[in-house]
Every structure is written in C-alpha cells, then in structure tokens.
Design a protein around this ligand. Sequence first.
Ligand SMILES: [Zn+2]
Length: 489
Amino acid sequence: MTAATDPDRLVFFLQGAHEDDCDGHCVGADVKTSSKAPGTPHNASILDNLARLLVSGEEMGQAFAIAVVPDTQRSRFIIAENKLVPLDVRRHLTTMLHSLYETRQLVLTYRQAQHSSPVIPIPIPRDATDPVHRKLLELEVSVFRHSWPKLRRRFNKAHRDGVFTDICSAILSLDPDKRLPLSVLQQDGLSVLSQSDRKQLGVIRHIVNQIRVLLVPSTVPSDDVIHKMRVFLADMALIMRRMESREVPSLRRFASYARALGKQDDDYAKWANKVVSVHLDFTSIALAVGSPTMDTILTETITIDIAETNPRPARVHVNVDNLRIALGPGQNFDTIALQKFLESKFGQYLDTEVQVDGRIHCECAVLARLDEMRSAGVPAIPYVGVSKPSCVLCNCYFEAYRAVTGQDIRTRATHGQMVPWRCPSLGDQAVDAQVRSELSTKLRILLVDNVDHYWKRASLSSQSDTLLAPFIRPTLEDLDAIYRDVSFW
Ligand SMILES: [Zn+2]
C-alpha cells in the first residue's frame, strides 16, 4: 500500500466537508438546466436519460456514468458505476441500444415511404399496431421491468406517498373541520389552489393510490401491471406539468400543508418528479428516435466497455506535518489550530496511519477512459451522461482536466456535496501530473478555507464555553449511508 498522492491527501483532509453555499436543495435544481447549457452537445440529454435508466435500484446508492465514442461501423459505449457494473445492467443497456437502433431504422423506412415522420403517442397504446410504436412499447416494458425496484423505493421512501395523499385529502376535503385552514398558506405568502388545480389534484391522488396498489407485491411485475403503471405515470406527469407551469407551482404549497399537518417538511414536488422520472426519461429517448441525433450515437453493432473504478489502496498518516503539506506553503496556521482541526475530524485516528476511503467516481472513471482514447486519436462526444449530478470533487476534476487539456468535456452540474473520493489516473503521465497539480490547487483553496472556517468557529465557540463535539471517523456502513444520502430518492 502506497502513500496517498497530493489530491487524495487533500480530499482525505477535506472529507466530510461541504461547500457553504450549496446544500441538498440544489440537487434537483441542477438536473433540468445544466445539460442544456450553451455548448452542450445535442446528444447530451440522451446520455443523461440512458444513465438514469441504468439505475435499477436493486443496490442502494447506484450511480452510473456513460459516454459514447461514435463510429460509422460500431459505436463504443463506456459505462461505469460507483461500485460495480452489475451484469444485468450491461445486458439492459445492450437491449436498450439495439432496440433504439432498430426503431430508428423503422423510422427511416417510414420516412422514405411517407415523406414525414411517424407521430409517437404518449403513452403508446398497448394495442398499437404501427411497427415503430410496437418496437418502442416493447422497449418501454423492459425499461419499466428493470426500473421497478427503483420506482418502488422512490415511491415509498420515508412514507412520502402517504403524506402526499394525506395532504391531497386535507386540501380537497368537503368537511370544513378536516380541511386545512387558509392561514397556513397565508403565513407562507401563498394563495389557495384554483378550482381547476383542485380537480387535477383529485386525479393525482387517485393515481398515487393506484400506484401504491401496483407496487405492493414484491414479485417481478407482469406485463399487465407494467402497462397500467405506464399509463398512470404518463397521466401523472401530464397533470404535474400543467400544475407546475403556473406562476406559483401548485405543488409548492405542499411543504406548508405538510407542516400544518405535523408531517415531515419535504419537497413533495421533487418526490412526485422522482416518481414519474422513469416515464420522463423513457419518453425523452422515445421522442429522440425521430431525430438525426440518434444516428450520431447508434450503429447496428455496439460495444460496451466498463471503466475501472477501483483505486489503488493508499494511506495517509493523520498528523499536523501531513496536514501542513496538504495546505501547501505560505499558510500561517499555528500548530495548535491544526492539531485541533485534526482532532475534530479524525478523533482517535490522530497520529495513526489510515487507509484513504472512497472509489473513483463513475464519471471520472469514464473521463479517464475517454482520455486514453483521445490520446490514441479517437474523438468522443464531449459529454459524460450521469444518473445524478456530480459531487464537488468530480466537478473540480473535470474543470482541472478541461483547463489542462483544452478538451471541453462536461457532465451535468454539481450537487455541491463532498463524498469519499479517489483521484483517477490518466494514461499519459505528463498530462496526469498536470491535471493533478491543477486539481490540487483548487482543493488546496477549499482546504485552507475549511481549516480557517473551523478555527474561527472554534474560537467563537470557546468564547461561549461550548465544546465542539469530536468528529468520529465514519465506518464503511456510514460511508454507504453518505452515498445514499446524496443519491436521488
Ligand atoms: Zn463525484
């Protein structure tokens, strides 16, 4: 086992820290906008859709990244997962890509004969006879079957489904004693729902109750159950789109109502979006089969490479000398300040040698593979699709990579959180060293801020005679929980 490299050591000392200006609320906010940023390739959103549809939910905290190296003969897809790419996920991706390629060929045939594109109804009727519709229907059923555990987990998480229907009932009740008082909304500066939104909410409540029934059996769902679910989610997504397009989105009121009911104060609009996400991701891809964009990524023959996320084990000695090296020259923190910082973060592990936690995150593993191919003269679509926004550290790594290589490769924006992370290695040692150095400069600024912030807080706290609770180094189970916390519901 070797000593940690500069970026790994910096991340080690930063571990557990968060950026002050970012918390959980920015997770959802980044999702919709970032893949449409200027300069983002047209096919970027398809890669994000595909990455999200790889998540089955069988394992907690799954996160996937995907990139494509187009070729006229054979498209090469590169995927990685934060832990391990399960065999069924690889099979599922192969099925999706083959099926999309075949659908695209049917679309082209249709276009030649009809001089127009086929219209794709959403949801596609179960008894559709059109060959394009049939093909997409078959794919959608397989997507829903793969995503079923994820759907169930998101739907039931923290009993949000129950709270959601309780709120709907309290809003819609005809009995004034059971109805939530207007003052609840007025306190939060919100108006009551319009009559038309109340009707729509009644329909959503009905749909959520029906979905709950479909998700009860723990067995693999039949085609019949999947077809019902497809229609429920399509209807729910349509109604939500209407309600959320208002000046004050209707579901925004749910947090106020939840508080009034004494329930957990969650973002129920986000919950509802998570519930319909399989439908939304599939629909985006289905509608893209009519677009020439698909021809840039799909060929009859495809290959799928798995990028490595397993880092070489490394250790760090937790002491002030090492922290000083990580902070870099020119810092005048006194030894006691640094000692206290380490005590608060590492407690009993102070002055011992500790193994660095974390894996190479999936988007960085894919980027490293793309870099290998770029060195060999093979250009890729400059976008890595991800099933959830990147962490702060991946975001910094991509920035450093862009700055050093001039290659404008991106992912969706960051969710702003920091989780155990290891630095990938690039094939070209000179480029690797430059990227690491660039990254270390960014991380060093974060670490200096972090120590400074800690010291100011500790000084204030000692003035008020409050002792800081010592930091207990997380166990592997804790780290798993951290991964889960930053995952989407
Ligand atoms: Zn990351």
